[in-house]
Ligand binder design. Sequence first.
Ligand SMILES: Cc1cc2nc3c(=O)[nH]c(=O)nc-3n(C[C@H](O)[C@H](O)[C@H](O)COP(=O)(O)OP(=O)(O)OC[C@H]3O[C@@H](n4cnc5c(N)ncnc54)[C@H](O)[C@@H]3O)c2cc1C
Length: 309
Amino acid sequence: MEKVAIIGSGCAGLTAALYAARANLQPLVLTGRHPGGLLTTTTVVENFPGFPEGIDGYELMVRLQKQAERFGARVQFGTVENVDLSGQPFHLVVDGETIDAETIIIASGAGHRHLELESEIKLENKGVTYCATCDGALPMFRNQALAVVGGGDSACEEAMYLTRFGSIVYLIHRRDSLRASKIMAERTLAHSKIKPIWDSIVTDVMDVSQGKVTGVRVKNVKTNIERVLECSGVFVAIGHTPNTQIFKGLIDMDEQGYIVPKRGTATNVPGVFVAGDCSDRVYRQAVTAAGLGCAAAIEAERFLAARNE
Ligand SMILES: Cc1cc2nc3c(=O)[nH]c(=O)nc-3n(C[C@H](O)[C@H](O)[C@H](O)COP(=O)(O)OP(=O)(O)OC[C@H]3O[C@@H](n4cnc5c(N)ncnc54)[C@H](O)[C@@H]3O)c2cc1C
C-alpha cells in the first residue's frame, strides 16, 4: 500500500515527491511517457529561481529527481491507464498492474496543441516555440520579426509580451476577428508593433534545410493565395490539452479538461490532490508547477495525519 502515489514526473510531480519524501512518506512517482515532463524538451531555462546563468531543462529535471530520491522517493517508469477512486484505498492500473494508494497527487501536465506540420516539429527549439514567457527573451528573437499563431487570449498575451523583444509581431489568425476577450483584443490590435494577418493559416515553417526559422508560408483561407512572411520566431498559441482523460467523470474539471480544485490543491475526492499544468490554465510555468507540487504534498501529508489521528 502506497501512502502517496504521484502521477507525473514533471516539475509538479517531482517537487511533490521531494516534499512527501522529506515528510517520510516514501512517495511513489509514476513517470508516464515523459519522464521529467515538458521541461526536458527545452534547452535553456532562464527563469527558474536559483540559476543565474540558466540551466538546461533536462539537467534541471535530473537534479530534481535525484533530490527527491535522496529523501526516499521512488520513481517508477509507467503510465497510469485507469483509476478507481470510489473508496479507500484508491486503485491505479499502471501498465496492467494494480497499485493501491491512500492518497494520490495528480501532476499529469498538459500538452500544447501543434499546427501538425512536419516543418514545425523539425524546427521546434530552433525558432518554433509554444511559450513566449519561457523563450521570448532569448537573444535569437531580439529585434527580429516574430509570428504568433492563434486568436484567443493566450495568443494575444503572447503577442503583447513579444512586442518587448521583436521588431514586429505578426498575429496570424484563421478568422477575421480575434476570439480573445474584447478588452484583450482591443489592446492587442491597438499596439503599433502588432500586425494582424487575418483569415490565414500557416502551411509551412521555413527553413528546415538551414535548421532555423526564417519565415512562415501563410495561406489566406478565403482567397487561397499563399505568401511568405519573413520572421525569426514562430510562437504557436492555439491551446493546450490537459492530460486528464483518465479522470473524466471522477474528478471535477472544466470544459477543457483542466482539473478544478475545490480548495487549495484538494479535489472533490478527499485524498486526491492536484498540482501543476493539468489544473493551471493561466500561468503554466515550471516554478508555479513546482509550487503547486509542494502545496499538494503538504496537503496529502495533513490528510494522512488527520486520518491516522
Ligand atoms: C519547449 C518548452 C519550453 C518551456 N520552457 C519553460 C521555461 O523556460 N520556464 C518555465 O518556467 N516553463 C517552461 N515551460 C513550461 C513548463 O515546462 C511547464 O509549465 C511545466 O513542465 C509543467 O510541469 P508539470 O509537472 O505540471 O507538467 P509536465 O512537465 O507536463 O509533466 C507531466 C508529467 O505527467 C506525466 N503523465 C501524464 N499522463 C500520465 C499518466 N497517465 N500516468 C503517469 N504519468 C503521466 C508525464 O509523463 C510527465 O512526466 C516550457 C514548456 C515547453 C514545452
